[in-house]
Design a protein around this ligand. Structure first.
Ligand code: UD1
Ligand code: MG
Length: 485
């Protein structure tokens, strides 16, 4: 059900001092996305009237994260606390009946949890409903003080806890539902009476409760959903959980993952049934893998598109490239942006390629550089072949036809064309086009000197001329003191 009478407000203006970073906290990444982007994405399925992001630190960069999602950014300058952030957002919230508030640094919340929170808020006719969590280690979080089993008296911030309140293990997630008609008068009464001289949104809860309004707290089903990223250690933990979720999603879709905790998969990656990810592989960016592919250990794929039945042998790096069905690549191969390997192509070890199209069934099995090249089908490129595509100023293309055979250790100096069915003799430096079915040979002719080696060995075996008598033996060198035992 869309929540058209609700507005989502994401608090994202803070600096994040505890991260010790020059970058605003919500721009930090976990699980392959910025914290803020994950929070926005988590809210989208609510179908709220609008999403408002309160921005402040590095406002321009933070705004750029939310605008692709049609969210509205409002500027909080200076940042005088989470309650102050809500005051700044008041105009943007307008006449919406419910404000769903989320911090920009707690990105693991699930849509089901948010929906359940709103449902509880509505059915309980509450002024405010807090998403809380029961955790083993509550330190750093505001604690929920319950009035009774069903209602809340206050949220007490860590710095203001009394000795006995320290043991309370129900914490505030900073995710709330507010009825706006109750929120605004209560917020107006909150004073910046704390160490930081900030207006805390948490104090609204105390005001509402003391007025006798209904304040509820709903415990999150999984406490990990409310983890906030205040420190680098928090970031690492949140990243770990996102990665785990993504791997579970792939396994659910029929992908085998060996030693899953060693495999890193980006949020936008898709992989087909019966594909296998070996330990220590990384699938990043918009990588898409077909069915029955094998990605072997140590390989890193970013923005790679793979068809079905592709084998990526160990330690291969593929970036912004496309591999059609049944390609075999690696081990130790590198595809830089713009490589396109058509069906059944085989690329072997220590081959580097960029911006090149390789036709069906062609093979580049060993030790080659192929750049700015268009190659036909069923050609074979010998070990050590290099396309010399760069003259120091400009890049030039190489065109290789179908069924071409390039002998080992050839250099093809671009721009150059090798016609269909041509042969290139091993060790050639090809600087001119080779027509179809011709042999291109460009190397100096071999000269062979019969008996040369045997003669040399004989000369070496002859005794050296005798030394003159009476000449003193050279004195033994003094050994370096460091070498003495
Ligand atoms: C806050 C809560 C705490 C809760 C915890 C959960 C308050 C006072 N405390 O503490 O009860 O347990 O979250 O993670 O709310 N922000 C602004 N403008 C500001 C200040 C903060 O937009 O002036 C934003 C920050 O960018 C951040 C969010 O609000 O995304 C929360 O601020 P943060 O400093 O992380 O609060 P915590 O100390 O974690
Ligand atoms: Mg926080």
């Amino acid at each position: 059900m869309p929540n058209r009478e609700a507005v989502v407000v994401i608090l994202a203006a803070g600096k994040g001092t505890r991260l010790k970073s020059s970058m605003a906290k919500v721009l930090h990444f976990a699980g392959g996305r910025s914290l803020l982007e994950s929070v926005v994405r988590a809210c989208l399925p609510l179908g709220a009237k609008k999403i408002v992001a309160v921005v402040g630190h590095q406002a321009e960069a933070v705004t750029a994260v939310v605008t692709p999602f049609d969210a509205e950014a409002v500027l909080q300058l200076p940042q005088r606390g989470t309650g102050h952030a809500m005051l700044v957002a008041k105009r943007a919230i307008g006449n919406a009946k419910i404000a769903v508030v989320l911090p920009g640094d707690a990105p693991l919340v699930r849509i089901e949890t948010l929906k359940a929170l709103i449902a509880t808020h509505r059915s309980g006719n509450a002024a405010a409903t807090i998403l809380s969590a029961v955790v083993a280690d509550p330190s750093g979080y505001g604690r929920i003080l319950r009035k009774s089993e069903n209602s809340v008296a206050a949220i007490v911030e860590e710095s203001q806890l009394s000795a006995e309140q320290r043991d309370i293990n129900e914490i505030n997630s900073s995710i709330y539902c507010f009825s706006t008609e109750k929120l605004w008068p209560a917020l107006a009464q909150v004073k910046p009476e704390n160490k930081h001289r900030e207006i805390y949104l948490t104090d609204v809860i105390t005001v509402l409760a003391s007025k006798g309004e209904t304040v509820l707290a709903q415990i999150a089903p999984d406490p990990r959903e409310v983890l906030g990223c205040n420190t680098r250690a928090d970031l690492a933990e949140v990243d770990r959980i996102f990665r785990e979720r993504k791997r579970e999603e792939l396994m659910e879709a029929g992908v085998t993952i060996q030693l899953p905790e060693t495999v890193l998969v980006g949020p936008d990656v898709v992989a087909g049934e019966d594909s296998v990810l070996e330990p220590c592989t990384q699938l990043l960016g918009k990588t898409r893998i077909g069915k029955r592919c094998v990605i072997r250990t140590g390989s890193v794929l970013s923005d790679a598109i793979l068809g079905d039945g592709v084998t990526v042998e160990p330690h291969t790096v593929i970036t912004e490239s496309r591999l059609e069905d049944n390609v075999i690549i690696g081990p130790f191969a590198r595809l830089r942006p713009g490589a396109h390997l058509k069906k059944g192509v085989k690329v072997g070890n220590f081959v580097e390629m960029k911006k090149s199209v390789i036709g069906e069934g062609s093979k580049i099995p060993h030790l080659s550089y192929v750049g700015d090249t268009k190659m036909g089908s069923h050609s074979n490129i010998g070990a050590g072949t290099i396309t010399c595509n760069y003259d120091g100023v400009h890049k030039h293309p190489t065109t290789i036809g179908n069924r071409v055979f390039v002998g080992s250790d050839s250099v093809l100096v671009a721009p150059v064309k090798i016609g269909d069915g041509a042969y290139i003799a091993a060790g050639s430096a090809i600087t001119e086009n080779v027509p179809p079915n011709a042999l291109g040979i460009a190397r100096s002719r071999q000269s062979t000197k019969p008996g040369w080696a045997a003669k040399r060995r004989r000369e070496q075996a002859e005794p050296a001329p005798k030394k003159k008598a009476g000449k003193k033996k050279p004195r033994a060198k003094k050994s370096h003191p460091r070498n003495k035992r």
